[in-house]
Design a protein around this ligand. Sequence first.
Ligand code: SAM
Length: 193
Amino acid sequence: MDAEKRWLSIDGPEFIEKIGIRKGYTVVDFGCGHGHYTIPAARVVQAEGRVYALDNDEEVIRKIKKKAVKGLFGNIVPLLVPKDLSLGLEKGIADVALLYDVLHYLQERERNKVYAELHRILKNDGLLSVYPKHYKSDSPMWSLADMDIEDIIKEITMIGFRLQNTLYEKLFHFHSYASGHILTLRKVGKEGP
Ligand SMILES: C[S@@+](CC[C@H](N)C(=O)[O-])C[C@H]1O[C@@H](n2cnc3c(N)ncnc32)[C@H](O)[C@@H]1O
């Protein structure tokens, strides 16, 4: 079995359960890309749950739609993110939101908008799971190049989240296995900032 298949069918679902996702949950995967976390999450939540796969790239959304049909994942809902980053999802709809390997694409103002939108659509007590990549001490790139993991935690907690734990996990990055930090934050406060 190749690495991607193994991740999507075995190690990915195990990881998704480890961060607290369960059968029947509603999950929002912001910046879903090729679905390396969307598909394992869809396996774990099963038909009783739903995974909203969000991206601002039309091609990505088209491909994820195709993968969902091919893999019979009727519980994946692909959605295109507009320029203003308003997510068009109902308030309090999600148990868990994923922000995986995407923060470095966003400027500070955009990141704050995304945190606020995820805060709005999460249930009270919902979880925000973040896989920060390309920050200062991790092959720095783009908007996170001057920030370290503590700065990222600080900026997210300002919006109404509390850090629950930090894990160091075997993950899938781009085309292969990699290890990285996973931040788990819990929504605090009923209203957004
Ligand atoms: C490096 S990929 C990560 C994909 C996936 N989360 C993973 O970890 O495998 C980053 C994704 O974020 C998307 N992205 C970048 N800026 C975005 C924005 N403003 N709104 C939504 N998605 C965005 C990109 O199109 C890309 O698919």
